[in-house]
Design a protein around this ligand. Sequence first.
Ligand SMILES: [Zn+2]
Length: 544
Amino acid sequence: MTPLGWFPEDQSLVYGQLAFDSRGRNPKSMIKRVRLDGSAVSWTMDPPDQVEFAALSTQGDTLAYVSNGELWIQDLASEKGSERRLIQGPAFFPAWSPDRALLYVSSGKLMRIDTRTGEQRTLPVQLSCEIPRVSESLLLHNARLLTPEPREGLWDVLLRDGQIRSLRLAGMQPAHADRIMDLEGRTVIPGFLNLHEHLFRGFPMEGSLYWGITSVASAGDEGLWTIAQQEAIYSGRRPGPRIFPSGGFVVPTQMNARPQFLRARNSEQLRRYMDHLSGLGATQIKAFDRREPWVEAECIEAAHRCGLPVLSHFLRPASVAAGLDRKEHAVYYGLDGDIRAPFAQDTIEILRKAGITITSTMVTLFVDSLEGQPRFKAALARTDVSNFLLPVRAEFIRRRLEKSSDAAASYDPYLKVSLANTVAAHKAGIRIVAGTDYYFLVPGLHWELELLVKAGLSPLEALRTATSNAAAALGVEGRLGCISTGAVADLVVLEADPLEDIRKTQKIYAVIQGGRIIDRASLPKAAQPSAPSSGTQDSQKGLR
Ligand SMILES: [Zn+2]
């Protein structure tokens, strides 16, 4: 139930409610107005579909709402059937002004429409920002470099204006810089990129940064919430990684869509939705529709017209033909098969010839497996993991850990086939990138690297899946995921060489983002929701 408005004059409350059919599908909204003295419902509105962002006009006589991305209004004083579509959309976050105009967000722009005349205009607001660049120069002296290729000798790496400015073999006398950090032979690698996460409320932004994951790409997220986090991080109000948002999901029509998920009904809707996501700053699109092959194929075409790659769990012929970019999870997924079946040689050939990247997320199977469970428990007991989890999330994970060893063992075949598929694809020359999926356990990406080595990749090949390969899959090669002149200065300093033992990626000495040394010790505190307080600063923090 969502309260929509409170009317003191007749002590009434307007609220919305979702109802499902007997199979728990096909959600449909009901909107009701009740008086608090119990004198019953003054009206019930029965819109044809699921409604989001319902907003009552300041006069209390008109309701604006978004249904399937379209902006509608309904005159509450008149009989049923008075609803009117204002904007085909996609339009989100309608808010009324007292003069009966509606403000809303569409394609990353703030718009205004006069509900009486239909006159529309764009309001000039600058909605984007970038991670601040540090003008002070920093020299990393005596660094062993994995760029991710290993380099002979010790190096001086000069960082300025958020970039790597020069790489020189280290001399006795370090070059001039505002600040010099003597690394005494410690290993510097590019900051990690996690290519499969879901950026929903509670995602450990600070924790990602703490563990050296300086970029996170979303495989489906909460839309504008994610964009808001990106702005908070980039404007310096919240520590966190660079965000590559997907801006939502394309989901099956029968699913309970959250705000900003598109339950695609036709090609025109798909096309407009892609324009919207592109305008919002999405960098990749997650298609998740296992029922109707046309949705995914047309989604790929529409996304490609906007220059956006598409990720999917499935490998449908129509999607491969349309140019699917990434296959998520190295297992067959959901169409008709057993996910424990290994990839057929034909599948590997199709992936290779079509140039499809595989996102390996073995850690999600590992944490449920017999071997993974004790590891998971031990990690939860560590403060450098648990401090970054919201209590509700920690509780969810703890409950998952209560399963029997038989239940845990039932995950082992999935993990086994995932390891085999990943290494088979890798050997065939298919690009592998690393991701963690939805557990929100911050060392997860490091565990994924361990699993990749266990599958049969060398430590260097595993490192590439979360650095140079990942950057290439995002279309940012040469800028992220590498140590070279002109690249962004997102780096991780390790205590020891991970080529000897991949677990050494977890021994972090320092994290550098945009040329700035991150104060890692302050991150656990920054991640805690602050206690309610009257101070402005604290209440702003509470918005996290
Ligand atoms: Zn996922």
